[in-house]
Design a protein around this ligand. Sequence first.
Ligand code: SF4
Length: 278
Amino acid sequence: MAICSKCPRQCDLDKGRFCGADKLKVALITPHYYEEPVISGSNGSGAVFFSGCNLRCCYCQNMPISRGQKGEYYSEDRLIEEILKLQQSGVHNINLVTATHFIVEVAAVLKKLKPLLHIPVVYNSSGYEGDLSVLNGLVDVYLPDFKYMDANIAARYSAAPDYPEVAKRAINQMTEQVGEVVIEDGLIKKGVIIRHLVLPGHRNDSIKIMEYIAEHFPTAYVSVMSQYTPEFNIGPKELGRRVTSFEYNSVVDRAAALGLKGFMQERSSASAIFTPEF
Ligand code: SF4
């Protein structure tokens, strides 16, 4: 029996891959302007969106990418070439989006690329990660989600009851690797920004996440996101509405009261614009 150990799913490869990803596959490479301001800056973040996903939340906004339908197979050399072109275009960083299921290939690419890059490497993750040692010294900024504190919610929406424990362990490893946030001229150079998308009906779980971050990851920044969009939900009916202002603001207020530093999102903005400061 061949087991994949790239992520906590530990798939038996004779039965298939939960992430749907066999070989390095990329959906899109582009400057991206709608990340947090310290990541997008004025020139954009150099995003590499990988095809497939090992978490596959039922409300994913990127189903064609996360389910792996969209994308092209890339050799490692072609990916290096494209990333160097992105750097040349003037983006502020290289932003690897959902690369967990290609962590081995991405580490090999970064080993060759690192001496050629003069901008930071951002590893943008769902938080559902295995051992990240292979990225030590290759990533400057970690941008993990911390989606759920409650195992039942994680099971219901992402088929991953172990998500809370996995994410805590992964974020701990990330903070150990890159340390405190360093921002120069309004752009992040290193550190961890933890993202949390507030879900309808689950503000208490969100508040527990803020409390956990304040206690265990006080040097990380937090980005509290309001952009949950029910139109994408293919899961339980309770996710069929937007988050209310009361729900969102109660999470942001708790984060601010805990002394967390970070970002909130304009609730009215369909383009997911962030504002600095809680
Ligand atoms: S990376 Fe993909 S195939 Fe490997 S364990 Fe995770 S979900 Fe399964």
